[in-house]
Design a protein around this ligand. Structure first.
Ligand SMILES: [Zn+2]
Length: 132
């Protein structure tokens, strides 16, 4: 550290009012850092709907967009993304387990349609599944 800068820091530290200001700024910065960390933690809610067919991801949709897509893989599954939730509104499979599945929106949640070998799952934006 240059001696001149060191001397300036010493001068600042001797000035009580300025020192208090620095402490206050540090506290604000710390609070801001904690707040962004908190916001980041809340972002754990999934952001993308990944469509996996035959074990491979074939498409990815943002959870924030309202879309309806028909997925074809031997049979059909109608994927609906609405208000941050994803669900299957209709399917050609005989069991309709995927249609009756509740809406999903958190990372790690998935709807599987075994007859059509189709899985829709919620993934985080990084593209890597978060292990929770
Ligand atoms: Zn199904």
């Amino acid at each position: 550290m240059p001696a001149r800068l060191c001397g300036q820091i010493c001068k600042i530290m001797k000035n009580k009012k300025l020192r208090n200001d620095i402490i206050l700024i540090c506290a604000i910065l710390l609070a801001a850092a904690m707040l962004s960390l908190l916001l980041f933690a809340f972002r754990k809610e999934g952001e993308y709907v990944s469509v996996v067919q035959n074990g491979k991801e074939v498409a990815r949709y943002s959870l924030s967009e309202n879309v309806t897509v028909t997925l074809e893989n031997g049979g059909t599954n109608v994927l609906v993304i609405e208000n941050g939730y994803a669900f299957i509104s209709d399917a050609s499979c005989p069991d309709k387990i995927c249609v009756h599945h509740r809406k999903i929106h958190c990372t790690g949640e998935a709807i599987t349609c075994l007859p059509n070998k189709t899985v829709i799952k919620i993934v985080s934006g990084e593209g890597v599944d978060a292990v929770s």
